[in-house]
Design a protein around this ligand. Structure first.
Ligand code: IPM
Ligand code: MN
Length: 347
């Protein structure tokens, strides 16, 4: 029998509630001979207030032994902005070299699109996860004076760009439409932008079957709304990818449905799966959160670990459930949605 060692970080706000439903569906999807060993880690605002810790070294060490990590949400208004985001979430992404931040944008049948004409949306954003303006390369001078100067310098390495661009080309090659769009802003960010474009063009030569395209990020936001069907795979830097994937969520049924995987394709460290949404403290503890994004992230987790059939079962269950949601008269609670999906997966 096989064992799946899962590290679980529920985190803040609605994190606990949505993760519970994710685990429910995970165990109902797996065959009986797969043993799931979950280790839950108390990290986030509560831990920070109690001990001042965000991600202790000992916990980071332990997490290395997991097959994968499931994370709920990080961030709380009682903690200064950036402390948990940088000290916990980004620290995990950087420490485990999660350079492929995979964020599908798919409009499921029956889900109301805010876009006219109900377009066919099925793309995936490959967001670089370890570089760009996220590295913390900056500082402030004359802090607190009216002469203050703040810098936030984007880091882009040929190594870091090439590996994520290669990953995106391989994904595009494996999809029916075989199209890859690079999104950047090389009319202004000429140093990083041209490096991205040069590497993109040189890897493209190895993928003659993949159709390539380039868009400036501002233009890309227009097409996400006016012509989302033009996208198949998108590769972009860390910050552009952050912004675009919230927009992607908005046009595919909302952040309650948007899943993500922070992938380390080498397997050197565990990959981490999390809903794109945040901790939503305003609705925490009320059973109002939609756990679907977490459940779809669990499907990505299973697919990553080689459980392709189980991942597909979850996606099919979500698709069927979403198709039925439109006809439901009363809103369901977080656990009702989890129960419904677990039952579908099992049956
Ligand atoms: C996300 C979030 C994070 C990010 C924050 C919470 C650090 O917005 O996962 O998209 O910017 O990557
Ligand atoms: Mn974001």
């Amino acid at each position: 029998s096989r064992t799946l060692r899962l590290a679980v970080i529920p985190g803040d706000g609605i994190g606990q509630e949505v993760v519970a439903e994710g685990l429910k569906v995970l165990s109902s999807a797996l065959p009986a001979d797969v043993k799931v060993e979950t280790a839950e880690y108390d990290l986030g605002a509560r831990r920070y207030h109690a001990t001042g810790e965000t991600l202790p070294d000992g916990v980071l060490e332990e997490l290395k032994g997991a097959d994968a990590i499931l994370l709920g949400a990080i961030g709380d208004p009682s903690v200064p902005s950036g402390v948990l985001e940088r000290g916990l979430l980004l620290k995990l992404r950087f420490a485990f070299d999660h350079h492929v931040n995979l964020r599908p944008g798919k409009l499921f049948p029956g889900v109301a699109s805010p876009l006219a004409g109900n377009p066919d949306i099925d793309f995936v954003v490959v967001r670089e996860g370890t570089e760009g303006p996220y590295v913390g390369n900056g500082g402030s001078l004359r802090t607190g004076t009216d002469q203050e100067i703040a810098t936030e310098v984007s880091l882009n390495t040929a190594f870091g760009i090439e590996r994520v661009v290669r990953d995106a080309f391989a994904r595009a090659q494996a999809r029916p439409r075989k199209k890859l769009t690079l999104v950047h802003k090389n009319n202004v960010l000429v140093h990083a932008g041209h490096l991205w474009k040069r590497i993109f063009d040189s890897v493209a030569a190895e993928y003659p079957e993949v159709t390539t395209d380039y868009l400036h990020v501002d233009a890309a936001t227009i097409f996400f709304v006016t012509q989302p069907e033009r996208f198949d795979v998108i590769v972009t830097d860390n910050l552009f990818g952050d912004i675009l994937t919230d927009l992607a969520a908005a046009v595919t049924g909302g952040i309650g449905l948007a899943a993500s995987g922070n992938i380390n394709p080498t397997g050197a460290f565990p990959s981490m799966f999390e809903p794109v949404h945040g901790s939503a403290p305003d609705i925490a503890g009320q059973g109002k959160a939609d756990p679907t994004a977490t459940i779809l992230s669990v499907a990505m987790l299973l697919g990553h670990l080689g459980y392709a059939a189980e991942a597909a079962k979850i996606e099919d269950a979500v698709a069927a459930d979403l198709a039925e949601r439109a006809s439901l008269t009363a809103p369901r609670t977080t656990s009702q949605i989890g129960d419904a999906l677990a039952a579908r997966v099992a049956g």
